[in-house]
Design a protein around this ligand. Structure first.
Ligand code: SF4
Ligand code: SF4
Length: 355
C-alpha cells in the first residue's frame, strides 16, 4: 500500500466511509454522531466501495457514528477486502463480544482501532477502561486482525494521566497505541499544560509505530505547545471522507467542502483538491490526514523528511529509535553509499514518472 501510495500522486491513500451516523454513546466533545439515523443501505455502501476502489484507494476505514451498529458490517468488510483495499474499523468497542470478534475475523478485517478516553466514565465520555477492559481481553485472545488503542489528551479530559494508564494496559496486551490531542468544548485547540505534555510524551514513547513516532515530531509537538504546523493538507485527494449521503468531504471536521457526490468524483477533483490550500491546516488535529501527508512528504524529499521526523526525541529520556527508523536513517541519510538507496527508492516510487 505504501509503495503504491508513493508511486501514484493523485490516488487516495485512505478513505473514511460512514456506514451509519448513529452512535450508542454521546461523548461531549463529539460532532460526528446522532442518536436516530438509519444504517446506510448496504447496496449503497457497496457501490461506494466500488467507486473508492476504482479511484485506487489503498485503505478504507469504516467509521461513524458507531459502525458496529450497521447490521451488514461483515458483508461490507468482506467486500472491501474483495475489492483489494485494506479494511479497517474505528469503534467505541461497546458492542464487541467474543462472537462479534470472531465474525470480524471471518470477514477478513485487517485492523481495528478502539478509542478509550478515561479510566472511569464521566460526563465527558463513557469510553472508559473500566467498561472496555473486558473487550480488550477478548480482542487479545480472539482477534486475528491488528488492534490499536487510541487515547486522548486535551480539552474535556479530566485526568491526563489516564491516557498513560490506558496505553500501558494496551501495550501489556500486545496492542499498538496512539494518542490524539483534542479540542476543548468550544472547538478551540489550547496549548497543553505541563502535566498533559508529559503524558503525551510518555504515551508516544510507549508506541511501536514508526509513523506515529514521526507524527509526534512532525505535528503533535507543535500543537501541544499551541504552535501552528506548516504543511499541505491533501484532504479531498489523498484522503477522502465519505459521509452517509455519499458525498466527498475534506474530513470529519470540514464537512461541506467540496461536498461532491462520490459517484461523480474523478481525476480532476483529486488533482484540484491535492493542490487546494486549506486554511484550517495550521491548527488541524486530524491525525489520519497528517499521516497521509507524511507519505507525500516522504515521496517528495525522503532525506529531509526522515531527518525532520526523527531528529527530535519524543520523550525526555531520549528513547532509542525503533530499528526500522535507524535502518532508514542509515540507508538514506548517513550511509556514504546513500545515492544508491535513493535511486532504488525513486524507482519503487515511479522514478521520473510523476502523475
Ligand atoms: S463513541 Fe465516537 S462517534 Fe460516538 S459519540 Fe463518542 S466520539 Fe462520537
Ligand atoms: S487541515 Fe485538517 S481540518 Fe482542515 S481539511 Fe485538512 S484534515 Fe480537515
Amino acid at each position: 500500500m505504501l509503495i503504491r501510495s508513493l508511486r501514484f500522486r493523485y490516488r487516495p491513500v485512505a478513505a473514511h466511509l460512514i456506514p451509519i451516523r448513529r452512535c450508542n454513546l454521546s461523548c461531549a466533545y463529539c460532532n460526528e454522531y446522532d442518536d436516530r439515523s438509519a444504517p446506510v443501505p448496504t447496496a449503497d455502501v457497496l457501490r461506494r466501495i466500488d467507486r473508492l476502489s476504482a479511484l485506487g484507494t489503498g485503505v478504507i476505514t469504516l467509521s461513524g457514528g458507531e459502525p458496529l451498529l450497521h447490521p451488514d458490517l461483515d458483508v461490507i468488510v468482506r467486500y472491501i477486502r474483495q475489492r483489494g483495499a485494506i479494511a479497517t474499523l474505528i469503534t467505541n468497542g461497546y458492542l464487541l463480544t467474543r462472537e462479534r470478534i470472531e465474525r470480524l475475523n471471518r470477514a477478513g478485517l485487517d485492523h481495528l482501532q478502539i478509542s478509550i478516553d478515561n479510566v472511569l466514565p464521566d460526563a465527558t465520555s463513557k469510553k472508559s477502561l473500566k467498561v472496555l477492559d473486558q473487550k480488550l481481553s477478548w480482542l487479545a485472545h480472539c482477534a486475528e486482525f491488528d488492534v490499536t488503542v487510541n487515547s486522548v489528551v486535551g480539552g474535556g479530559i479530566n485526568v491526563p494521566e489516564d491516557a498513560l494508564t490506558i496505553a500501558q494496559r494496551a501495550r501489556s496486551l500486545g496492542f499498538s497505541t496512539t494518542i490524539g490531542i483534542i479540542h476543548d468544548g468550544t472547538g478551540k485547540l489550547r496549548e497543553l499544560d505541563e502535566r498533559q505534555r508529559v503524558v503525551l510524551e510518555h504515551v508516544v514513547a510507549l508506541g511501536k509505530s514508526v509513523f506515529d513516532f514521526a507524527n509526534y515530531n512532525r505535528f503533535q509537538k507543535n500543537l501541544a505547545s499551541g504552535l501552528p504546523n506548516d504543511w499541505h493538507c491533501r484532504a479531498g485527494s489523498r484522503y477522502l471522507y465519505i459521509c452517509e449521503d455519499g458525498l466527498v468531504h475534506w474530513c470529519s471536521q470540514q464537512r461541506g467542502y467540496p461536498g461532491i457526490p462520490l459517484d461523480g468524483y474523478g481525476a480532476d477533483d483529486l488533482r484540484r483538491e491535492f493542490h487546494a490550500v486549506k486554511r484550517c491546516a495550521p491548527f488541524c488535529t486530524v491525525g489520519c490526514v497528517h499521516r497521509v501527508a507524511q507519505v507525500d512528504e516522504l515521496r517528495d524529499d525522503p532525506e529531509a523528511t526522515l531527518v525532520q521526523w526523527f531528529t527530535g526525541a519524543a520523550h525526555r529520556q531520549q528513547p532509542r529509535l525503533p530499528a526500522p527508523v535507524r535502518l532508514l536513517m542509515w540507508a538514506f541519510v548517513r550511509n556514504p553509499g546513500r545515492d544508491l538507496f535513493r535511486k532504488v527508492a525513486a524507482g519503487m516510487s515511479g522514478g521520473g514518472r510523476r502523475e
